[in-house]
Design a protein around this ligand. Structure first.
Ligand SMILES: *[C@@H]1O[C@H](CO)[C@@H](O)[C@H](O)[C@H]1NC(C)=O
Ligand SMILES: *[C@@H]1O[C@H](CO)[C@@H](O)[C@H](O)[C@H]1NC(C)=O
Ligand SMILES: *[C@@H]1O[C@H](CO)[C@@H](O)[C@H](O)[C@H]1NC(C)=O
Ligand SMILES: *[C@@H]1O[C@H](CO)[C@@H](O)[C@H](O)[C@H]1NC(C)=O
Length: 428
């Protein structure tokens, strides 16, 4: 185990015991879990090595200027608490919920988790207004780009929009597990698409043949990049795939790797890499959209959302909580989650500053890391499968403590998304 634990010795941060135990558990896990790795990867290692990635990234941290004439404009949606709300979810039935997140249909017995509303500290977060959303995006194209959490958020949005407009139709579907799809909302001439791209940049996902990811940090993934010209809003959501073993390239040069014992490359961790993936993405977006005259593009990043495994993923009770954490008890994010959030936000700030005044591309973050962290009750857990305890409780049961039940906490991400978009509209 030494090789796994040693990197922590270089850390100034202390590693919570829970995470350390998790890490050891993960390290012992056999590679049984092919399906699991495809659906969502494990946080294999939380280490950040002492070597940093040898790429020149600016480190400006100046924060975005925000208007002060309106509560909504200055509201910090990321700071607050979950409060009980008898109103409950915006929808209960919806035909775009992915099987694995359809907790109610799968017999999840508790429903308290549906009755919480996010209350930002100094303002209100309005309940999602599907009509407003559709009006803003009439004659426009929306793209969600990222991993299975991007898909989770997109499916939540579709469910919320369906409560107002049910004339949408799936007009495109491609790839295994429907990784590329497009829905057309006829009466608003609005399209919503999803592009599978777990790194944003070009890369090769790990497979049976090669048990590590390969990323090319200097170029974006053209599977979504090729359609950039047609997008009016792009929501980016990536993170969990960066925790895997990987080898990183910049051009034809190997920059290093992460968790790649057996390969003779320098361990560089994944935080710098994560930031660099956003940097390359934003630069490319600005290059392509800053010049031509195809209208304004809003770029919104959904920040990293923590998983809530409390032990082995395939053991009974892997994420057994049925109510949110109290914010007073959980003031601070855990270290890795905080770092992932910060790397993305930092790049959003830098990009936003660079395009200030150009009015062709705008960058914003939907900062949900803290909200998500406080919702250990929001995951499907064993209800990723229908009626997991139909034959009684067994020791081994698969659990999803990464994605979010629909309806559920993730609906709030889209409520914040709408507010962030309204705020961007005003800054034109
Ligand atoms: C990074 O590059 C910029 C210009 O591309 C340069 O001004 C700066 O000095 C470089 N920083 C480092 C740390 O190499
Ligand atoms: C949230 O707001 C409280 C009081 O306004 C402040 O003390 C705290 O630092 C804020 N937390 C974050 C994460 O911004
Ligand atoms: C949305 O997609 C449909 C069908 O592909 C297309 O006819 C329509 O023009 C698209 N709308 C926009 C705003 O591009
Ligand atoms: C690893 O790389 C170094 C430097 O490139 C080289 O000297 C060494 O022989 C390599 N080790 C192995 C086992 O290939």
């Amino acid at each position: 185990m030494d090789t796994i634990i040693n990197p922590f010795k270089d850390q100034t941060h202390s590693i919570p015991l829970k995470k350390l135990l998790l890490l050891i558990i993960y390290a012992f896990l056999p590679i049984i879990i092919i399906f699991h790795l495809i659906v969502y990867p494990f946080p294999i290692s939380f280490s950040q090595s002492k070597h940093s990635l040898n790429i020149n990234t600016s480190s400006s941290t100046s924060s975005k200027e925000i208007g002060n004439d309106n509560v909504e404009i200055s509201c910090d949606y990321s700071n607050g608490s979950w409060v009980y709300d008898k109103l409950g979810p915006l929808y209960t039935k919806c035909n775009t919920i992915k099987e694995g997140q359809d907790c109610m249909a799968h017999g999840r017995p508790d429903n308290n988790y549906l009755y919480y509303r996010w209350k930002p500290k100094n303002c209100e977060l309005p309940r999602f207004d599907p009509k407003k959303f559709l009006q803003i995006f009439k004659n426009k194209n929306i793209a969600f780009v990222g991993d299975s959490l991007a898909r989770n958020q997109l499916e939540s949005l579709l469910c919320m929009l369906s409560t107002f407009s049910d004339d949408h139709e799936l007009v495109f579907s491609h790839g295994d597990d429907n990784k590329f799809r497009k829905w057309y909302f006829h009466s608003y001439n609005m399209n919503v698409s999803i592009y599978w791209s777990p790194f944003l940049v070009d890369g090769i996902e790990k497979s049976d043949k090669k048990n590590y990811n390969t990323m090319f940090l200097d170029s974006i993934d053209e599977k979504w990049g090729m359609d950039l010209d047609q997008m009016d809003l792009v929501v980016l959501s990536v993170g969990h795939w960066f925790l895997h073993s990987a080898v990183y390239y910049y051009g034809d040069k190997v920059l290093g790797c992460h968790y790649c014992s057996g390969l003779n490359y320098t361990e560089v961790g994944f935080y710098d890499v994560y930031g660099k993936a956003f940097e390359t993405t934003f630069k490319t977006i600005v290059e392509r959209r800053g010049k031509n005259n195809v209208g304004v593009l809003d770029v919104v990043v959904t920040t990293f959302t923590p998983a809530h495994f409390e032990g082995e993923w395939d053991k009974y009770g892997a994420c057994p909580k049925t109510k949110p954490y109290d914010v007073e008890e959980r003031k601070n994010l855990e270290w890795m989650d905080a770092e992932m959030r910060e790397r993305a936000i930092e790049q959003v700030r830098i990009a936003d500053k660079e395009v200030a005044g150009q009015k062709r591309v705008r960058f914003e973050a939907v900062d949900v890391t803290k909200l998500a962290y406080l919702r250990p009750d929001g995951h499907p857990g064993p209800y990723m499968h229908p009626f997991p305890f139909a034959k009684g409780i067994e020791e081994r049961v698969q659990n999803d403590c990464v994605h979010w039940c629909l309806p559920g906490a993730i609906d709030t991400w889209n409520e914040i998304l709408l507010q962030v978009i309204k705020r961007m509209e005003r800054t034109i």
